[in-house]
Design a protein around this ligand. Structure first.
Ligand code: PLP
Length: 391
């Protein structure tokens, strides 16, 4: 075998079956077009609040240019412990149960790699964030999707998960509020899922990156239920809550053995999260509560507008209770979601992501981000209206 000539064989076999992200594929198409209104990006249109940026600038000015502890700055871990205790009623020890990471993306990868053996199955609910199945496959695990349905508001219940559990199931991956559906966990559903995890001895990875963007319901984490803290890796971060996607900072909270396992991978692959981003994150936790409230109110306004308009246009849409995505049904027009999105882009210059990018059960839907500016959102909705009228 000649690895320079035989290019198909020099890429690791388990990587070859992993497709590129459907969102990325769509971005690439969008980037070749002019004057497009994009509702395709999962990114706040706000700039990071000034006092948070200033904390980074000030730290740089003072010469903060070094590595930090592998776990992250101790004062940041202390602030994270306070935040998680006050917001989620879960107590973590900053010395041994909190790891600061380069975004929730890294935390997710560490969590999966820390607990999965080759061939173990990990369950996740779908439609879901594009990374879940690939991250599990990259850890040599087997991703197993549990479909959720629009008719139930994309709720996840114990009854939906239970039939998918096999003797090889090791991990249950949860994301509430959910990207792309905006579903949240009710207290009763969370309790049922927690009881199931305890009974079937599952490790739960809870990606709660959108927790601050919960609009109506009381926020609830499975990690807070009896018997759960010791089996849950709780993930959260700053990208969405404080409009800090480019800072690349997040965190994982877990019992000491799991934190230590994640820390080992992090230590040898990432070393530490960037110090300037950690300084900014500390400022977000110390002084950023008013920013959260302001941005959440604004997203709620946009959610109300988008949800009402899509239903009125004739694209049935359940009400997103969290995150910043609407996920209307576009399946009633005799086209697949990809064709619907591409035609919308061609004919009206509005970019929304085809639901199939979020897994097979996302087919027939389309993700519209309402993290865009309000005027752009209004204009995009009026173009979608014109498009649907012609179908
Ligand atoms: N988890 C979910 C559900 C997301 O939607 C995203 C980003 O879109 C991430 C994790 C990644 O977040 P981060 O920017 O903290 O890496």
């Amino acid at each position: 075998m000649n690895l320079t000539k035989d290019k198909g064989r020099r890429v690791a076999a388990h990587l070859q079956g992993i497709p590129r992200s459907g969102i990325r594929e769509f971005f690439d198409i969008v980037s070749t077009r002019q004057d497009v209104i994009s509702l395709s990006i999962g990114e706040p249109n706000f700039v990071t609040p000034w006092h948070i940026r200033e904390a980074s600038i000030y730290a740089l000015d003072r010469g903060a240019t070094a590595y930090t502890s592998n776990l992250g700055l101790l004062e940041l871990r202390r602030a994270i412990a306070d935040y998680v205790r006050e917001s989620f009623q879960i107590a973590y020890d900053p010395a041994s149960e909190i790891l600061v990471t380069a975004g929730v993306s890294e935390a997710l990868d560490l969590a999966v790699r820390a607990v999965m053996n080759p061939g173990d199955e990990a369950l996740y609910h779908e439609p879901c964030y594009v990374s879940y199945a690939p991250v599990i496959a990259l850890a040599h695990g087997a991703p197993v999707a549990v479909a959720t349905r629009r008719e139930d508001g994309f709720r996840l219940t114990r009854a939906r998960i239970e039939p998918a559990i096999t003797p090889r199931t090791r991990v249950l991956l949860l994301n509430f509020p959910t990207n792309p559906t905006g579903a949240v966990l009710t207290h009763d559903d969370a309790r049922g899922i927690a009881e199931l995890a305890v009974e079937r001895d599952l490790v739960v990875i809870a990606d709660e990156i959108y927790s601050e963007l919960t609009f109506d319901a009381q926020r609830v984490s499975v990690a807070a239920f009896p018997g759960m803290k010791e089996r849950t890796i709780f993930l959260n971060g700053f990208s969405k809550s404080w409009a800090m996607t480019g800072f690349r900072v997040g965190f994982a909270c877990a019992p000491p053995d799991l934190t230590e396992a994640m820390m080992k991978i992090h230590q040898y692959t990432m070393l530490c999260a960037p110090i300037l981003s950690q300084k900014a994150a500390l400022e977000a936790l110390r002084g950023g509560a008013p920013d959260l409230a302001r941005m959440r109110d604004e997203y709620r306004r946009r959610r109300n507008l988008t949800h009402a308009a899509l239903n009125e246009i004739g694209l049935p849409c359940h009400r997103p209770e969290g995150a910043f995505y609407a996920f209307p049904r576009v399946g009633g027009f005799g086209m697949r979601s990809r064709e619907f999105s591409l035609r919308l882009l061609d004919e009206e210059k509005v970019a929304c992501v085809p639901g199939a990018a979020f897994g097979a059960s996302g087919e027939g839907f389309m993700r519209c981000s309402f993290a865009a500016d309000l005027d752009e959102l209004r204009e995009a909705l009026s173009r979608i209206r014109a498009f649907v009228k012609r179908l």
